[in-house]
Ligand binder design. Sequence first.
Ligand SMILES: [Cu+2]
Length: 216
Amino acid sequence: MTATLFAGTPTTSTGTPTALTGVPTMSTGMPTAPTGARTALTGTLTALIGTPTASIGTGTLTALTRTPTATEQVAGSRLARECTPPPLPGKIVDVNLTDTTGAAPMRLTVKPAKVTPGTVSLRASNTGTIAHEVVVLPLAAGQSIGKRPVEADNRVSEAGSLGEASHNCGEGKGGGIAPGFSSWVTLTLKPGRYELVCNFPGHYAAGMRMELDVTQ
Ligand SMILES: [Cu+2]
C-alpha cells in the first residue's frame, strides 16, 4: 500500500501572531547577590587593616636596636621622638644644630646661654638636613666666638675640649648626630666662658658656634 501524500499546498499561518502579553517579571533573586558581595568586601577591608598594624610594630622595634641607615636618617624626624635623651643630672642646656640645605648658613643655638658652675648636661638635637655635633671649647679672656683659626681640614683646633655630644642617639663622643636625632653629654664646668662649636669640616666657618657662660 502506498502512503497517501499530504495533498494540496500547505497553508501559511493566518493572522498576526499575538505578542506576549504582560511585562516579564524581574528575577526576584537579583537583590540577594549584591548583599552577599558587600559582606565579602567588609571582610577584606578588615584583613587589610590588621596586616599593616603588625608591620609597623615590627619596624619600630628594629629601628630602636641598631644604628639607623642613611635612608632612615633622612627621614629621621619621626624616629627622633624615639631617641629622647634620658633624665640627665645638673643644669640642662639645650643645643640645637640646624641647617636648611646642608650649606651655609648653619646655626648652633644654646638655651639657656648662662648657667651656674658645676654639673651641666648638654642635650643636642639636630633639626637640620646633614650630620652635626657639639664640642665644648674654652674661651680665653677677651676672646670672642667665631675667631678661631680654621685649619687646612676646614676644622678648628679642639685643644682644651671639655667634651662633646656627637654620638648619634647616645652619650658623648661619636661619629656625628644624624638629622632628626640627638646626643647628650654631662660635664663639670668651672666659671668661665665657653664656645660651643660644630666641628664638621666647614661648619664652624658657616656659623655653627655659640657662647655659653658659666657664672655664679
Ligand atoms: Cu655642623
